[in-house]
Ligand binder design. Sequence first.
Ligand code: HEM
Length: 416
Amino acid sequence: MPGTAALPLPRTPVLVLTDPHGVRRVLVDNARGYGKGTIQYRALAGVTGPGLLASDGGTWRRHRRVAQPAFHHGSLGSVAAHAVDAARRLVAEVDALAPGRPLEVLGATSRTSLEVVGHTLAAADLSGVAERLVDTVGAALEVVVARAASPVPERWPTPARRRLRALVAEIDAVCARIVAQRRAAGRLDDPAAPPEDLVGLMLAAGMDEREVRDELVTFVVAGHETVASSLTWTLDLLARHPRVQQRLHAELAGVLGAPGAAREPGWDDLRRLPYTRAVVDESLRLYPPAWVVTRQALADDVVAGVAVPAGTLVVISTWALHRHPDVWEQPEEFRPERFLDGTRRELGYVPFGAGPRLCIGRDLALVEEVLVLATLLRGHAVRPVPGPRPAVEALVSLRPRGGLPLLVERLAGSPA
Ligand code: HEM
């Protein structure tokens, strides 16, 4: 069967899935037959603890219910406002660059996405503290990813293990500060105005410090680097496809006004920017930040005609699925129009996963990305710098190795 490969590895049987039927079976139709006890999620849990991404069963269900209100439709209006605010600072950063000097895009989009996720996590201003948290979590994940690829048994006392322990202690301390700040900000037990931020919701639900810490770290991992990765690749694709960028500029000018006089976008504009949204969808197809999704079979199963014994590691290659020739015409091409015709691709397109474990931050990420792009590109254009493109590095999410410099120039008619 194309798109399904059983790899006879010595200890754990492995099934690599790249076809939509198999993905449906594992993520949706038989979702309860698969758990998160995979080597990837165990490694992640070394940093996040049993947070929403890495946990299963009762803990996961309870925590998901507590977190959900922070992602309801009603909360997305304030996400939209924070996204535009953060993007305005990105534009100021671009405008402060010396003429001809490229923008380091991954660094810039990381600052933007951190600002937005920070507001979702805790209503209190987290600037400073959040950056420290992201830096330590990023460093800890690097140790964990390197260790997962190393043949040294996990329990050996290596320098990497000691470094991880020190980083996790620092993460714990920063989280304790964030929780204390949020408690001090109050408004946790007013039934007329329940908290809308994640830390507030968790504290109000009576979750203990450890549980709150695990979810905080989980949300930093899940909601920060993924969005930054996606925005970075979107800007790279636009720089390399001038005709797509022209069409996007035309849509923005039609809705927000000509470059010199364009107003800021907002929540109400989202449904009026279908092409900008299609650009984001198509970029998530070609560069899905969550490039693999893994599961462990809890019992024997049959997936796309292949017998799957209990214990099998199932690796869903989102990257390969999104380029599957049975699902996508000219899969290697960047063609946002393919998302305008309303065709449902069922499970041939899963940048946010599917089934009960669908990404809780999907709508937030899409609102944020469309509005950041609209705010930046209503008055600016991106162009590649001369030289080779950076290689794609597949770590926790997909990153351009060594960063991505792009030229960002004012559009004619835009005020200097
Ligand atoms: C472009 C941005 C994003 C992408 C591509 C993405 C992708 C994903 C994927 C593929 C999963 C499913 C993993 C699995 O089934 O094993 C997931 C889960 C999750 N994501 Fe996202 N995500 C993004 C943004 C966000 C944001 C902004 C947040 C929060 C602020 C977030 C929080 C989470 C959480 C907590 C889970 C676990 C949900 C659960 O199992 O209940 N993600 N994400």
